[in-house]
Design a binder for this molecule. Structure first.
Ligand code: ADP
Length: 484
């Protein structure tokens, strides 16, 4: 379809600075979720391609990339950031067609990728070791060195943002990266490789091998030449990846999603809270790890909050990504089926409101009207499982202790929001809620690039984003020199 205006060949892998046909010479179809049509093809990388990519990354570490001074690395990342900014509209359009994400949201992702490149470009030469006072006759210091070859398995929901927080962070510390994007949405990952190539990134510093999870993905995570794995995706695949990492005894960062709550107390500024409450559930059609899918509300304001959220839901329009309405389609027929099944099993819960499908939407698109659900008991699957679609549940609580109990009552712990004017309560809840981030009187779905991000429990472990990520993407070495 002519809508896809690419500046690269998506049927090739980027390995060792070359654009290569995958070993099996096979491709996978690209589906436009807004229409259900096949709009092109991407490379189907094999285990052989992964092996070449890992070797190319190792060669880069032994060559120009491994010798590049940190300041120069930073300048290069900043240059790539400028090039991403210049192409932001084009990248946004490609992402909108590939993922089904409304254009403005896709543009925000492109701008976030540019921000990561600026931020980590600036950080490259600001991470360093320390000297340690020790016994007489010794000088002791620490070095922060790259792991070596880092593997990055990313999902389809925010390719550009996750490349930014994962791949760019690893490159900033001087690692050489092998990226396996998701089969549902590879295009901006390949576009990123093309931009890095044009910017003069040394050969092999970044390698991109599109392909299937169980084929290229599994080959990458089990490869003995990989020294660190960063994965964002489902809990089930995260478990497989942690097992693969254990076999090779390499560190792994897992970001596996959540069931993130926002807690609304009676003294909350509802006019401020309302847009955050709803947007955090429907952004990217709810296909967001840090989506806020549970709204916990003090009983005294429960009906008011539910009514005001319902009013906003009824005004939400769902349509093709390029029409740029509030909500686009889900990424695939499979995803729509998964989300619809939750709504088919309400178990006593009630649909309080739904958004509207726009007139004339293509019949083959994977559209689903956002659903606001009330009368949900906290043990219901709707309140426990990650739905990964535009569905939010509203649950009443009686007091602070009850709110904390419900907030912490799932297997996940990624992000939480607290809405209250009471400063003491803000501090108590920030400590008591089990999650990697807590937002007070705002909600950031992960927040800006500066904010460390990651989970506890089944949401995963390790931190990406912010300066903190750079410690994870490097190894601390202690050097103890005796000189008498
Ligand atoms: P989702 O269910 O949202 O598609 P997944 O966890 O299945 O999320 O996929 C996230 C990423 O993990 C994708 O890039 C996918 O190809 C990859 N993946 C899936 N299965 C495996 C596996 N067995 N080993 C390595 N990567 C995998």
């Amino acid at each position: 379809m002519s809508d896809l205006d690419l500046f690269f060949d998506p049927t090739r892998c980027f390995i060792g600075g070359n654009w290569v046909v995958p070993n099996g010479q096979q491709t996978l179809p690209i589906e436009n979720p807004s229409t259900g049509e096949t709009v092109g093809a991407i490379a189907r990388g094999t285990a052989d391609d992964i092996d070449h990519a890992v070797r190319a990354a190792q060669a880069a570490l032994n060559g120009e990339w491994g010798r590049m001074p940190a300041a120069e690395r930073g300048r290069l990342l900043a240059r790539i950031g400028h090039m991403v900014l210049e192409r932001a509209d084009q990248l946004a359009r490609i992402e909108a067609i590939d993922v089904g994400k409304p254009l403005k949201q896709a543009k925000a992702d492109a701008l976030a990728l540019a921000r990561y490149l600026e931020f980590y470009g600036g950080a490259c030469d600001k991470i360093h070791g320390e000297t340690i006072p020790y016994q007489d006759g010794y000088t002791v210091y620490t070095l922060r060195q790259p792991h070596g070859v880092t593997a990055h398995i990313i999902p389809w929901n925010y390719p550009m943002q996750i490349i930014g927080r994962s791949v760019v962070g690893a490159l900033a510390m001087g690692n050489a990266a092998v990226l396996k994007p998701a089969e549902e949405a590879c295009l901006t990952a390949i576009a990123f490789a093309k931009i890095c190539d044009e910017a003069g990134l040394p050969k092999g510093a970044l390698n991109v091998v599109p392909g299937l999870g169980e084929e290229a993905g599994a080959a990458l995570t089990s490869h003995p030449g990989v020294h660190h794995i960063s994965f964002t995706g489902s809990v089930g695949v995260g478990q497989l990846i942690q097992e693969a990492a254990a076999r090779n005894v390499v560190p792994v960062t897992l970001e596996l999603g959540g069931k993130s709550p926002q807690l609304v107390f009676a003294d909350a500024d509802l006019d401020r809270a309302l847009p955050f409450l709803v947007n955090a559930g429907i952004q990217n059609a709810g296909q967001t790890c840090s989506a806020s899918s549970r709204i916990l509300v003090h009983r005294s304001v429960h009906d008011e909050v539910l009514a005001r959220m319902a009013e906003r839901y009824r005004a939400l329009r769902v349509g093709p990504a390029l029409d740029d309405l509030e909500v686009g389609p889900l990424v695939s027929a499979r995803q729509k089926h998964i989300v619809s099944s939750f709504l088919d099993h309400l178990d006593g819960a009630k649909i309080a409101a739904r958004g509207q499908l726009a007139d004339g939407i293509p019949a083959g698109g994977h559209y689903l009207a956002p659903a606001l659900v009330s009368h949900v008991v906290p043990s219901n699957a709707l309140a426990q499982d990650e739905i990964f679609g535009p569905v939010q549940v509203v649950i009443p609580f009686d007091d602070e202790a009850d709110a904390i109990r419900i907030a912490n009552g799932t297997d996940f712990g990624l992000v939480a929001g607290v809405w209250t004017a009471d400063g003491g309560r803000q501090m108590r809840l920030a400590k008591a809620i089990r999650s990697g981030q807590v937002f007070i009187n705002n909600y950031g779905a992960g927040g800006g690039v500066e904010l460390p991000f990651g989970g506890i429990g089944k949401s995963g472990h390790g931190r990406e984003k912010g300066f903190e990520a750079l410690y994870g993407f490097s190894v601390l070495k202690t050097v103890a020199a005796w000189h008498g």
